[in-house]
Design a protein around this ligand. Structure first.
Ligand SMILES: Cc1cc2nc3c(=O)[nH]c(=O)nc-3n(C[C@H](O)[C@H](O)[C@H](O)COP(=O)(O)OP(=O)(O)OC[C@H]3O[C@@H](n4cnc5c(N)ncnc54)[C@H](O)[C@@H]3O)c2cc1C
Length: 461
């Protein structure tokens, strides 16, 4: 079988299928594996992680179960998380206990109201969607408390693009995952993680081909026959596509192979927002004191999930990378991330694009100076990424950072009912995005592929 794309969902799908004894070809258009879970190097010994800011503890369990003990053992908890905005400023452990304490001591919320909120979150599951939005859920529990809404949603908006208008169920599941025991990272950096995953796949006999663009997924009489890449057809029994859901259906397969009802439902799926980042690398030999690991900062007086995506937003997260990120490498880097809209960046002329990027860099440097005075003089390399950058590197439509909105989940999960032997695994539905969501979705999809291939053998027998 063929796995198209080596994001965390594709990689994890491939490892599960290989362990199940399947003959797997993993095809990736980029020269690196990992998709958005990636890193890059720049002259001067700089290494930057793109999406290694934080994920829930569940990633440790997923990696231990489906990857290896070594990979799982490198997953460590962040030491510091800080909020700094006009409504509140404090350090947090980002756990239920600490949030409960802060909601009482900083926000003055009644313990019974906090208890009711967390009890409702604990009861939430995918099959009991009430149709309520995040904003409605917050208003019901903490009416008029924009500051509380900010505490509860702002970090999750950065983690998966959630808005106040998104379904409460998607928010509740992801927020609950984080509240279990804080925020985690991968010690050694994304390069170490992806290299370890690649080694494990090779050990299991997975054939890996990078720099190979899959142009078509071939379908005959409602069943997958293979993929076409570089003008060659590779026949296979099943395809697990880790390309974006809409790209899989509309670009790689073609609408004509689906029922009009299904094709319409995919056309209506909204993409999640994209991101901008500013990567700042400190000169060799320079250092900064420990500030925190993850800083959610904003000068916006009130929280508004739309403000987070504006081009001129003052809301951003800083990830501080100290030598502990890559033990043995005495280097410091800072990465600033903001949410962003493709439509703001897509139509800029080359000159406008360069000047908007320069402005983004300048505003970010001004902001980081506030927390680390004098850091500008220590920064040797700085560059920016925009929605166009993400679209270019992973081919996600509109540079979406977190796949699709909630409605993408159903067509993704029912793709194989439309084309036999074709499955999808990748960021969809908010719940299945982020490192943990994507990896777990890879497992779910791989098990479905394996069961389907198994059913063919039974029929043939
Ligand atoms: C700036 C940013 C910061 C983030 N920070 C965090 C974070 O701190 N924590 C967290 O949990 N998540 C974070 N995320 C989200 C997380 O990185 C993603 O949700 C997750 O990595 C997506 O994995 P995926 O498998 O769905 O797809 P992707 O990573 O998008 O991988 C898809 C792969 O398919 C390949 N591909 C596509 N089409 C083809 C084709 N036709 N032929 C061959 N190959 C193809 C692409 O090149 C890519 O490698 C962040 C994302 C961004 C953009």
């Amino acid at each position: 079988m063929v796995v198209v794309g080596s994001g965390l969902a594709g990689l994890t799908g491939a490892v599960v299928l290989a362990r199940a004894g399947r003959k797997v070809l993993l095809v990736e258009q980029h020269y690196n594996l990992g998709g958005l879970a990636t890193w890059f190097k720049r002259r001067g010994g700089h290494v930057f992680d793109v999406s290694l800011h934080g994920f829930p503890a569940g990633m440790k369990k997923t990696c231990r179960k489906y990857w290896s003990k070594e990979i799982a053992d490198s997953i460590v908890r962040l030491d510091g998380i800080r909020f700094d905005n006009p409504q509140f400023r404090f350090d947090t452990e980002f756990t239920r206990e600490d949030f409960v304490a802060k909601l009482q001591s900083v926000f003055g919320v009644e313990p019974a109201a906090i208890e009711r909120f967390f009890a409702e979150l604990a009861r939430m599951d995918f099959y009991s969607d009430s149709g309520e939005t995040v904003g409605e859920l917050f208003e019901r529990h903490f009416p008029g408390r924009n500051d509380v809404h900010r505490l509860l949603l702002e970090p999750i908006s950065y983690a998966n693009g959630s808005h106040l208008s998104d379904p409460a169920i998607a928010y509740g599941i992801v927020f609950g995952n984080f509240m279990a025991s804080g925020v985690y990272t991968f010690s050694g950096g994304t390069d170490k993680l992806v290299k370890s995953m690649k080694a494990e796949l090779e050990r299991l006999g997975v054939h890996i081909r990078n720099r190979v663009q899959v142009d078509r997924i071939l379908v005959e009489r409602g069943r997958v026959r293979g993929v076409e890449a570089h003008g060659r057809v590779i026949a296979c029994g099943a395809v697990l596509s880790n390309a974006n859901l809409k790209a899989t259906v509309e670009r790689l397969v073609g609408r004509e192979h689906f029922t009009s009802e299904y094709a319409e439902s995919v056309a209506k799926v909204r993409l999640n927002n994209s991101s901008c980042q500013v990567y700042m690398g400190l000169r060799e030999g320079e250092s900064i004191p420990f500030v925190t690991d993850l800083l959610f900062t904003s000068t916006a007086s009130r929280f508004d999930s739309l403000e987070l995506c504006e081009m001129d937003t003052s809301s951003r997260t800083f990830s501080f990378y100290y030598p502990k990120t890559r033990p043995g490498l005495e280097r410091y880097a800072i990465v600033a991330s903001t949410n962003a809209h493709w439509s703001d960046w897509n139509l800029l002329s080359p000159a406008e694009y360069e000047s908007r990027k320069a402005l983004l860099v300048e505003r970010t440097l001004e902001s980081v100076e506030h927390y680390v005075p004098g850091v500008r003089g220590k920064i040797e390399h700085v560059e920016a990424a925009t929605p166009r950058t993400f679209e270019f590197y992973v081919q996600s439509p509109e540079g979406t950072s977190f796949g699709t909105k909630f409605e993408g989940l159903k067509p993704s999960m029912t793709l194989h009912e439309q084309v036999r032997g074709l499955f999808h695994a990748g960021s969809v539905g908010i719940i299945m995005s982020g490192w943990l969501g994507a990896a777990n979705y890879g497992v779910i999809a791989a098990n479905k592929v394996d069961a389907w291939l198994h059913s063919l053998v039974e029929v043939e027998a």
